[in-house]
Design a protein around this ligand. Sequence first.
Ligand SMILES: Cc1ncc(COP(=O)(O)O)c(C=O)c1O
Length: 448
Amino acid sequence: MNKSALNLKKKILELTSEYYQVAHRDRTPFVPGKSRIPYSGRVFNEEELINLVDSSLEFWLSYGRYSKKFEEKFADFIGVKHFSLVNSGSSANLLAFMVLTSDKLRERKINRNDEVITVAAAFPTTIAPIVQYGAVPVFVDIELGTYNIDVSLLEEALTKRTKAVMLAHNMGNPFNVDAVKDFCKKNNLWLIEDNCDALGSKYRGQYTGTFGDIATSSFYPPHHITMGEGGGVYTNSSELSQIINSLRDWGRDCWCSSGKDNTCRKRFGWKLGELPSGYDHKYIFSHFGYNLKATDMQAAIGCAQLNKLQKFSDSRSKNFKFLYDQLKEFEDIFYLPHATPDTNPSWFGFVLTVREDSGFTRKDIIDSLEKNNIQTRMLFAGNLLKQPCFDSMREKGGGFRVAGSLNMTDYVMNNTFWVGVYPGMDEIRLKTIVDCIKNFVSNNLNNK
Ligand SMILES: Cc1ncc(COP(=O)(O)O)c(C=O)c1O
C-alpha cells in the first residue's frame, strides 16, 4: 500500500473509533419499566468497528486474512484441530449433517431412511437437514430444569437403522455428554453437537463442541459472540474437515483458499471420475455442494468478538446467578433452571417453567413482563412436531418417529419462557426483571 493510502487509512480508523464513541455509546439513562430490556443483543466497542472498516477498505471481500485468523483463533480457543467459517449457524448444521452423507465415508455414511436421534424441544434448523435429506429424525423427550435430552430414553430410541445423534446443548446447558458419548460409542453412531447456544460452556472442564465428531456454532447477534450473520463447523477429524470444506465450497475437490492456485502442487496432475487426466483440479467436484462461505468483513468483526468471549461467558454466568439467587424462593411456583452435573454453562438465557398449580399461566406472566418492556422468548419451537412445518408429515404419519412420549416437551411448549442474561445486562436491568416477576407473583398468589 502506498504512503498516502496508509496515512488516509490511519485517519479513517481514528475517526471510526471516535464515531463509535459518538454514535454507539448509549448514554441514555435506564428507566425501570420504561426502557427496553432485550433478551439479547450485540455487545461491541470500537474494536469491532475498526476491524470492519479495515476489512472493507482492504476490499478483499471473500475468504481472506481475517477469515483465516478467525478460523485459527477459534480452533485454538476451543481446542479443536479444524474450524470452517460459514455464513450462519443453520448453514453449519446443514454442513455438519450433510458431511455424514458423503460417499467418502463408505459404510458409515448416513443414507436416506436411516435414523438420527434428537429432541423436539429444539431450534428447527438442528433438525431440518435430517428431514431435507430424507433421513428420519427420532424424537426423545427432555428433562424439565436442564431442558436437555433424558438420556435414560436413548436405548428405547435405538434401532438397526440408527446412524447418529444430533443434539444442541440447550440454552447453553450441556447435555449429559458422558451418557450420550458412551451410547454413541457402544452403537457406532456419529455424534453432532449443535453448540450454537453454548459457546464457552464446559463439561467436566472441557469446552462443549469438542466431544462429538462434529460441532456447530452460530454468530447471529443473540449468540455468545456475533458477526451479524455467521457460523462455524468444527471437528478433530481431517477426513471430515476436508468433506466439510468441499461441501461448503461448491462441492469442489480442490482446497485452495480464495485467490490461490495450485496449493496441492499437482493442479493439472489429477485423474478423478471419468474426467480426462490432468483436468484442472480447481474444477473437479467430488460432492454436490453448496456455497455457504462468509465474507472477510464478517470474520473481521468475529476476530474482535473472540477476544471478548471469556469475559462474555463470565458475565452470562454472573447474570444467571443473580437471577437464580433472587428467584430461588419461587421454587414452588416455577421449575427453575439448573445446570447438568459437572458442567459450567455459558448460559444463553434464564429459563422459567410455570408449575401446574401456580395459579397463573405462562401467558399471564409474559404479558406482564412484556408490558414492562422486558423482552421474553419461548424455548424455540416448543415441540417441533406441533409446528406447521410438520403438518404434512403428521398427516402422512411418516418421515419421523417418536420414541416413547414427549410429555415434558409438550409441558415446555405450554409453560416455558425465558429472559436474557447476555453481557449487555447490568444489575439495575436484572433487578428490574426480578422486581417485575416478584410483583407479578405477589399479585397472583391469591389465585392459587
Ligand atoms: C440451537 C441453535 N441451532 C442453530 C441455530 C441457527 O443459527 P443461525 O441463526 O445462525 O442460522 C440457532 C439459532 O439461533 C440455535 O439456537
